[in-house]
Design a protein around this ligand. Sequence first.
Ligand SMILES: Cc1cc2nc3c(=O)[nH]c(=O)nc-3n(C[C@H](O)[C@H](O)[C@H](O)COP(=O)(O)O)c2cc1C
Length: 194
Amino acid sequence: MTHRIGYIVGSLAKDSINRVLSKSLVRLAPPSLELVEIPIRDLPLYNRDDELDPVAAVTTFKHDVERAEGLLLISPEYNRSIPGALKNAIDWGSRPWGHNSFARKPTGIIGASTGAIGTAVMQSSMRSVLSFLNAPQLNAPEAYITFKPELFGEDGEVTDPATEEFLRHYMSEYAAFVERVVSLTAPGHVGDQG
Ligand SMILES: Cc1cc2nc3c(=O)[nH]c(=O)nc-3n(C[C@H](O)[C@H](O)[C@H](O)COP(=O)(O)O)c2cc1C
C-alpha cells in the first residue's frame, strides 16, 4: 500500500539548497511513499478578511494538504525561525477556524542550512506550531543538515555515502511513522477520538 505524502519546500529561491535536499529525499524514499510537492509560491499574504472567500491558490493549497496522508516540511532557517513564506502557508492552511487542514497529518520536519546547527532552531519553532495544529510529528531521528556542496549533486544525488545512508534511514523511519499514524487514525479504530 502506498501513502501520498505532500512535501513543502520552505524556500522560494531558484537555487535553494532545500530544494536540492527535497530531490534527494524523493530519490531515497521507500516505495511505500508517493511524494508530491505542495507549492506555496503563489499564496498571497495571509489576511483574515479573505478567509471565507480566498483566491484559488489558497483553496488549492488547502485541498492539496487535505488530500495528503502525510506531510514533509523541508525548510531553511531564517533568522533562527520559520521562513515567512512557509509560516504564511501554514497560517492559510490552519484557517478558517474549525477547518485546520493540518490536523492529524503525520508530519516530518527536516531542513538544510549553511550554518552549523542545520535549521535546529527553525525546527524547534515548527514543532510548537504543529503541536498547536494537532499534527503528530516524527520525533526521531532528528535531521539537521549542514549543507556542503560536495555532499549533493544538483539533481539531488547524494555524493557522500554517510549522508545518503542517514537520509535513507530518515525516510524509512518517516514511512514507518506514517504507517503507524494512518493505521491508528483510520475510521473505526478503537482508539480514534473522532
Ligand atoms: C533572511 C535569511 C536569514 C537566514 N538566517 C539563518 C539562520 O538563522 N540560520 C542559519 O543557519 N542560516 C541562516 N541563513 C542562511 C541560510 O542557511 C542559507 O541562505 C540557505 O541557503 C537558505 O536555504 P535555501 O537555499 O533553501 O533558501 C539565512 C539566510 C537568509 C536569506
